[in-house]
Design a protein around this ligand. Sequence first.
Ligand code: CDT
Length: 305
Amino acid sequence: MSLHPDRLAVAQMGPNNRADSRAQIVERHIALMEEAASAGAGFVLFPELSLTTFFPRWLIEDEAELDSFYEAEMPNDGVATLFSRGRELGIGFSFGYAELAEEAGARHRYNTSILVDGQGRIAGKYRKVHLPGHSEPQPRTFQHLEKRYFEPGNLGFPTFPSMGRTFGICICNDRRWPETHRSLRLNGADTIIVGYNTPTDHTGHASVDALSLFHNQLSLQAAAYQNSVWVLGAAKCGVEDGSFMLGQSMIVAPSGEIVAQARSVADEVIVATCPVAETVPYRETIFSFEKHRRPECYGAITAPR
Ligand code: CDT
């Protein structure tokens, strides 16, 4: 099978219900990875928290039960087959997971995503900076307790040269902030990858909820155009444990145009040819957002709140 480094895939995932076993979920990753490889893709992106259900929708007070959603090491036995199949196929991949880290003798919880190259080596790691939701339960059917279950990422916005391009990773809510994408681009990214779990009933305003799909598309297209980068978005979607999450996974060119988009809210692979060279004209035109920036005027952006 000949995989091309310019061919990139997004593996949108349907729901991971709480009753699904890790083995079943990893099997689905492998089936999607194989489909991406048979379409010639050298890299495939999976969603945020792709190994579990989106557990921040519940208040979980039992520490051991909460721990069961986290990975204390990566890779681990539960994902070994995914890493070995990626190595066999020579395909790189990225997926999100809940990370339980030991730092300076203390336990820390992060919403994390890693980049793995075609040889199965971890080439990069990112911890979500913009955590949405709340830390205390609210009077609502589904919670969004990311602020309770995760600490804000402490790795900044690093980028990772790998597989012939420079990847920048962000996670879900991060995609709504122009600062995320600008930081990644200024740090050298030509390709931004973002996995997400976006419930469509969470803002508290029906008129805002009604525009969930539009805002997803707007964020990804603006990020691509305003930073002259490729953007890949991978949803975990459909009805997961009773909560509906939007799909609309897509690949966006540096022009801001959508070049591939999922049509379902289930497991689905989309693929596009994404040459890094296509970022160049957008960096070189009269509109070059890099060359003509005026950071001396942007102090308000980085001033403490
Ligand atoms: N997972 C995640 O970050 N979801 C958010 C929705 C939060 S609504 C409180 C998102 O930006 O899609």
